[in-house]
Design a protein around this ligand. Sequence first.
Ligand code: FE
Length: 134
Amino acid sequence: MSTQVEKSEQEWREQLTPAQYEVLRKHGTERAFSGEYWNTKADGVYRCAGCGAELFSSDTKFDSGTGWPSFTDPLVAESVETREDRSLFMKRTEVICKRCGGHLGHVFDDGPREAGGQRYCINSCALELTPRTD
Ligand code: FE
């Protein structure tokens, strides 16, 4: 996969916190209800913690009850990429930041029907919220 932001593993280790590195670069998953944003209701834009790309809006955030921040849609469809993930004996669809290739989480098809039925289940530590100020 070609990305716009290319860094060595050493550079990522220096830039990211250990938790961010584990998720974004090692496809880790933070514990449910442990992250910063699972219950956040503030308005704003969620950016990639790796590269700053604008990925999700609070407008599409919903309470999924899972303990991870959940969205019905990306802010801009082109900013994320999906690929099949067959790890851990499951068939899932991984969600990746297109700009830096960072692992964000997974997307499932059990989201709110009225909003298209998708649930982007994203790790808090892959995100940084920029609150809306107006
Ligand atoms: Fe990124």
